[in-house]
Design a protein around this ligand. Sequence first.
Ligand SMILES: Nc1ncnc2c1ncn2[C@@H]1O[C@H](COP(=O)(O)OP(=O)(O)O)[C@@H](O)[C@H]1O
Ligand SMILES: Nc1ccn([C@H]2C[C@H](O)[C@@H](COP(=O)(O)OP(=O)(O)O)O2)c(=O)n1
Length: 248
Amino acid sequence: MAGSTTHQATAKDREARLVVAVDGPSGSGKSSVSREIARRLGAVYLDTGAMYRAVAWHCRSQGVLDDPEAVVAAVQNIDLALSVDPDVERVVVGTEDITEAIREPGISAVVSVVATNRAVRELLVARQRAEIDGHRRIVAEGRDITTVVAPDADARILLTASAEARTARRSAQLGGTVDATALAEQVSGRDARDSSVVDFMTPGEGVGLVDSTELDFPATIQAMLAEVDRQQAVNHPNHPNHPEGDRA
Ligand SMILES: Nc1ncnc2c1ncn2[C@@H]1O[C@H](COP(=O)(O)OP(=O)(O)O)[C@@H](O)[C@H]1O
Ligand SMILES: Nc1ccn([C@H]2C[C@H](O)[C@@H](COP(=O)(O)OP(=O)(O)O)O2)c(=O)n1
């Protein structure tokens, strides 16, 4: 049964190369869910959204956000360190710890300026691929990981939820402090802008879909791990979950 071996994974299973790619819209649960499945799978965790946010913060602090060429130059020169330990959230540019700063509404409001710049995307996609290549087991999440950054990943999943569920989750996450109009802009408005450069609302070919609208957090984790198992079985004939493989 798909999912069963995740919980019986041997030490050897947890040493094997594994790349899991997760995409989805704002508030679908990508970051929290990917972080947790990375822990369960003994993998590192790459938050590519944090990279776009760090770049937006850097360009804003340099005062170049409205100059696309200067934005690209700033990204070429950025000294960015991002923790990939699922238990350590840390983003540093130069000597400045911006872990908290990149989550502020002021950054959410301008991050699409850099995320819709195609030259910026090329630079960040290259960095993300190098990061993925540099780790044996990794869960990477964002908007274009299943389609552009890691189309050859062992498992690729689009995590969705209804717009209502996503807005409610974001509202709860922000402690109910943001009014409904501002929240709708932060969730759906930003997604609409970002969708102009990448499609993260419909699964690409071979990408599994997990809809968490009716699932709580633990049930979402179970559904994601089951989907990782299912795809590994399909993609790797020697995997113990393969329908025709040796399961002894
Ligand atoms: N299935 C779920 N049910 C309820 N809340 C969830 C679920 N998945 C995630 N959350 C919560 O929703 C909020 C947004 O999740 P987050 O991981 O930040 O989403 P994203 O990275 O897609 O924007 C967080 O507070 C998270 O704990
Ligand atoms: N691979 C990625 C990851 C994020 N982005 C963009 C889309 C978002 O507006 C920003 C921030 O992403 P993030 O995942 O932190 O966004 P959420 O707050 O979780 O909705 O970066 C992207 O274009 N491509």
